[in-house]
Write a protein that binds this ligand. Sequence first.
Ligand code: ZN
Length: 122
Amino acid sequence: MFASRVMLAYETRCAVCALGHRELLDAAHIIPDGDPRGLPVVPNGLALCKIHHAAYDQNILGIRPDYIIEIHHRLLDELDGPMLLHGLQEHHARPLMQLPHRHADQPDRSRLEERYAQFRAA
Ligand SMILES: [Zn+2]
């Protein structure tokens, strides 16, 4: 099953923030599962906590093909509170904190590139 394979590959930690609580983690798709390339395979997956999953799906958070995180510019200058500051803004321009050890399980760079283009256009 997709979710359990993704959790195993990421050692049950969020790729962005390394949060390690299974009940707060999702197996997210890079290319959505309605798309022909959106297969339920580990290289099309990311273990993400609930907030980072929603932020990725809403193009608030982008992941470059070189595994660097970007936060959308419209949120970067905003003053809000600790979740925005520590949960999102501080990850901008930093690498993913958790990646699979096996090369074959790591996020597919061509899929990331396709999704990152959507983030850039948002
Ligand atoms: Zn997270």
